[in-house]
Design a protein around this ligand. Structure first.
Ligand code: IPE
Ligand code: IPE
Ligand code: MG
Length: 215
């Protein structure tokens, strides 16, 4: 999920962007509660890109504050509901208290059966460069050796990539993994996105014919 449109949602209501981000977290919460019932194995959320550091410092602080509150507040529910937390991206570069909180949450949810992946300080080009560097240290660089060093190495194949808010671009999200993913773009702004909208995306996905280059 490329969760986009928080700012525009707030702007339309003459509210501060921070309120849009708060409501965006509510969308995440609704969705995480619903995924188990939908039979999904893994849900990956693009929460903060490596390019989002270009935003004003006060917005970055708001987002990091929301992240802290989300992890702290929702961890008991993750544990109770069998949600395993995984982070992709260079999250170790975030503030030390957040890194500690995330590592603790990852450890305490490790037995969960549904995986919630949160992409933090994530950029696909950076991820591929890091993986290629590690692969090169081991020998010939191949598609498999790069894949093995990606942050997503232990995750299932990316089947469906959804972006909200009407933007039709990937913004440096899962570029490698999206090689044969189905794409779904909706005009719904992220704070308005409900499990019903995810159902619609899954129904569209079910109607797609995937060929993977074959015939
Ligand atoms: C998505 O909403 C949240 C993040 C990128 C963190 P935006 O903040 O990008 O909202 P718009 O695109 O300005 O509407
Ligand atoms: C992509 O949204 C990043 C996240 C959803 C975290 P952006 O709003 O940052 O993307 P651009 O700048 O419109 O491409
Ligand atoms: Mg945006």
């Amino acid at each position: 999920m490329i969760m986009d449109g928080n700012g525009r949602w707030a702007k339309r209501r003459h509210l501060p962007r921070a309120v849009g981000h708060q409501r965006g977290v509510e969308s995440v919460r609704r969705l995480v509660r619903a995924v188990r019932g939908m039979g999904l194995e893994c849900l990956t959320l693009y929460a903060f890109s490596s390019e989002n550091w270009k935003r004003p410092q006060d917005e970055i602080s708001d987002l990091m504050g929301l992240l802290r509150r989300f992890i702290k507040g929702d961890l008991p529910e993750f544990i109770a509901n069998g949600v395993r937390l995984k982070i992709i991206g260079d999250y170790k570069a975030l503030e030390p208290d957040i890194v500690h909180m995330l590592d603790d949450a990852i450890e305490r949810t490790r037995n969960g059966s549904v995986t919630l992946v949160v992409a933090l300080n994530y950029g696909a080009q950076q991820e591929i460069a890091r993986a290629a560097q590690l692969a090169a240290q081991e020998g010939p660089v191949t598609v498999e050796s790069i894949s093995r060093h990606l942050d997503t190495a232990d995750l299932p194949q990316l089947d469906l990539l959804i972006r909200t808010s009407g933007e039709v671009r990937l913004s440096n999200f899962l570029l490698w993994q999206a090689a044969y993913a189905e794409m779904y773009f909706t005009d719904v702004l992220w704070p308005d996105f409900t499990p019903g909208h995810l159902d619609e995306a899954l129904a569209a996905f079910a109607g797609r014919e995937r060929r993977f280059g074959g015939r």
